[in-house]
Write a protein that binds this ligand. Structure first.
Ligand SMILES: NC(=O)c1ccc[n+]([C@@H]2O[C@H](COP(=O)([O-])OP(=O)(O)OC[C@H]3O[C@@H](n4cnc5c(N)ncnc54)[C@H](OP(=O)(O)O)[C@@H]3O)[C@@H](O)[C@H]2O)c1
Length: 231
């Protein structure tokens, strides 16, 4: 897709990865709308919206509000998410929180976006979401967190097959551990000791931009080689 001029909603623009991707997309000339749990800082005159990911109706409404503000949508990028670790995350309350924020909220946003993308003749649209390497490598000590990311990843895969004929592209971004502080903001538990940082923010952002430009389906990371791959 062409990033310059792309009418783009970033959900989770207040986060470290969402913020870095927002800046990179702005540099590429995308026409932005920004959404966050709190008012996204640093908007350059762009429309901003707030949502709580636990409110699924609000998740869908934000997409409509952004589409109305931008006169349509070409790209919706979802970068919201929460982590949970250890025994403290293995109960119904925390599991529901993880599944809602990491899977159901992005799915609600995605369904709303699919209803607002242009026709195939007008370029279709691109749905891009950050799941995690945990979808490929469910990890002990992160069972519920892994399950929530695997759920989102499965939804993206199935959705991709269903909307291809509409000219809609679906990108599943599955990064390794990146030192953004996400682990310190976990809704429950503490990060297992010895978790190695697999990548840095700038490298991931470069991979995501490349994947968007090239209409790729996945951004994955090989823990053995330490390399990203675009699928
Ligand atoms: N960092 C990693 O190691 C890593 C690895 C793989 C995948 N990921 C995924 O990448 C995405 C971004 O993570 P990050 O590292 O940039 O962490 P981050 O800085 O903590 O960003 C998380 C974002 O999610 C938002 N959020 C959390 N709960 C929310 C809620 N109830 N309602 C609305 N927004 C909510 C946060 O809003 P606030 O700013 O208000 O908190 C923030 O914008 C997440 O999906 C994460 O799972 C991260």
């Amino acid at each position: 897709m062409e990033l310059s001029g792309a009418r783009t909603l970033v959900v989770g623009a207040t986060g470290v990865l969402g913020g870095a991707l927002t800046e990179a997309l702005r540099d590429q000339g995308a026409t932005l709308a920004l959404a966050g749990r709190t008012e996204p800082a640093g908007a350059d005159g762009e429309p901003t919206f707030t949502l709580d990911a636990l409110d699924l109706e609000r998740c869908a409404a934000v997409v409509d509000e952004a589409a109305d503000a931008l006169g349509g949508l070409d790209l919706v990028l979802v970068a919201i998410g929460v982590a949970g670790f250890g025994e403290e995350a293995e109960n119904d309350v925390v599991t529901e929180h993880l599944l809602t924020v990491n899977a159901q909220a992005p799915m609600a946003i995605g369904r709303a976006a699919l209803a607002r993308f242009p026709s195939k003749a007008d370029g279709g649209g691109t749905l891009a979401m950050i799941s995690a390497i945990l979808a490929d490598v469910p990890t002990p000590g992160m069972a519920a967190y892994s399950a929530s990311k695997a759920a989102l990843s499965a939804w993206l895969t199935a959705t991709r097959g269903g909307v291809r004929r509409q000219g809609v592209r679906v990108l599943d971004i599955r990064p390794p551990h990146i030192g953004t502080g996400l682990a310190d903001r976990a809704v429950a538990g503490t990060v297992p000791s010895g978790l190695k940082e697999g990548s840095d923010v700038g490298t991931l952002v470069g991979q995501v931009l490349q994947a968007l430009r090239d209409d790729r389906r996945t951004v994955t990371f090989d823990l053995r080689s330490g390399e990203y791959a675009l699928g």
